[in-house]
Design a protein around this ligand. Structure first.
Ligand SMILES: [Zn+2]
Length: 306
């Protein structure tokens, strides 16, 4: 009961506000109730709070607009970069085709494993979808990204295939007698000649190479392989026979000293012995033979231009 009385009293309370506009004007007063003044104060606070809240929303909106503009610019930038990447990939593809042509390889179509298709790109669509203002642009973007992924995958496979091909070629090249065993003059080439000792016409199935250093000039294996003979063999004198695989073997005759043992493996360019004049020879030189499937062939076919 006491509470109710106090509230009633508060409601009936009045406050007198005196307005004094200044000199020359009459001052006036207004009597207002406590509840009214409370209402006025609360309303003012409410308006301020609402205003602050609204201005915050507006600031956020402005920020969103600005960000969106930036994203749109960024997107078109990305799209352009993707177009450039596609151009570059298509250039790489052209070079790859040319490379295959130069190497006499088959086209990649039969060799390259296709990129695994299916749900692979769903994550991308989700990733990019929210930032796009049109479905068209988005789907184009996605398909371009997918194409870059697929093309890069295929290029990667194709280049690995080319690398393997070159490695196999390199292996064949290293196993093919393709370098000079010694540097010097060819004193007797491959073909018909009059034998310097017997004076008879004969078919010389080798190159005779003379080096100014004479005896002791290092002889190098012209391809990698295995020493199948390092010993004496009649008119050859001291001779080394190297088997290279792929049907090739080489013979190095009249040598003075061995640098390798029979049965050992040699690399292309490795020193295997030294020039001499052992066996049927008129002076220090290397008698160098290349055989393919057991038959002598002209060594110049392999060393020319090297
Ligand atoms: Zn000879």
């Amino acid at each position: 009961m006491i509470m109710l009385k106090q509230v009633k009293k508060w409601f009936n309370k009045r406050i007198t506000l005196i307005f004094a506009p200044g000199e020359g004007s009459r001052s006036f007063q207004v009597r207002v109730s406590y509840p009214f003044i409370t209402f006025l104060i609360l309303t003012t606070i409410g308006i301020f709070v609402a205003g602050a809240y609204m201005s915050d929303i507006y600031a956020n909106y402005l920020y969103a607009v600005k960000k969106n503009k930036k994203l749109v610019t960024q997107n078109s930038d990305y799209s352009q970069q993707i177009e450039t990447s596609l151009d570059m990939i298509s250039n790489v593809k052209k070079i790859e085709v040319q490379l295959r042509g130069l190497l006499g390889m088959r086209t990649a179509r039969n060799i390259v494993e296709k990129y695994p298709m299916g749900g692979a790109f769903s994550e991308d669509s989700e990733l990019f979808s929210s930032d796009f203002n049109s479905i068209d642009q988005q789907s184009r973007f996605n398909s371009n990204v997918a194409e870059i992924k697929r093309e890069s995958w295929e290029q990667n496979q194709s280049l690995n295939n080319i690398k393997g091909f070159i490695n196999r070629k390199k292996d064949v090249l290293l196993s093919t007698p393709s370098i000079w065993p010694v540097f010097g003059y060819i004193t007797s080439g491959y073909g018909w000649r009059t034998h310097p000792i017997s004076g008879r016409k004969e078919y010389h199935k080798a190159l005779d190479i003379y080096n100014m250093l004479g005896s002791g000039t290092p002889i190098r294996a012209t391809a990698r392989g295995r020493i199948v003979l390092a010993g004496w063999a009649g008119s050859y004198g001291k001779v080394i026979i190297v088997s290279h695989g792929n049907g090739f073997s080489t013979r190095y005759a009249h040598i003075s000293q061995f640098a390798v043992k029979q049965g050992s493996h040699v690399e292309q360019g490795q020193i295997i012995g030294y020039v001499g004049s052992t066996g049927n020879s008129t002076g220090p030189h290397l008698h160098y033979e290349v055989r393919y499937r057991g038959k002598p062939v002209n060594p110049m076919r392999f060393v020319k231009g090297r």
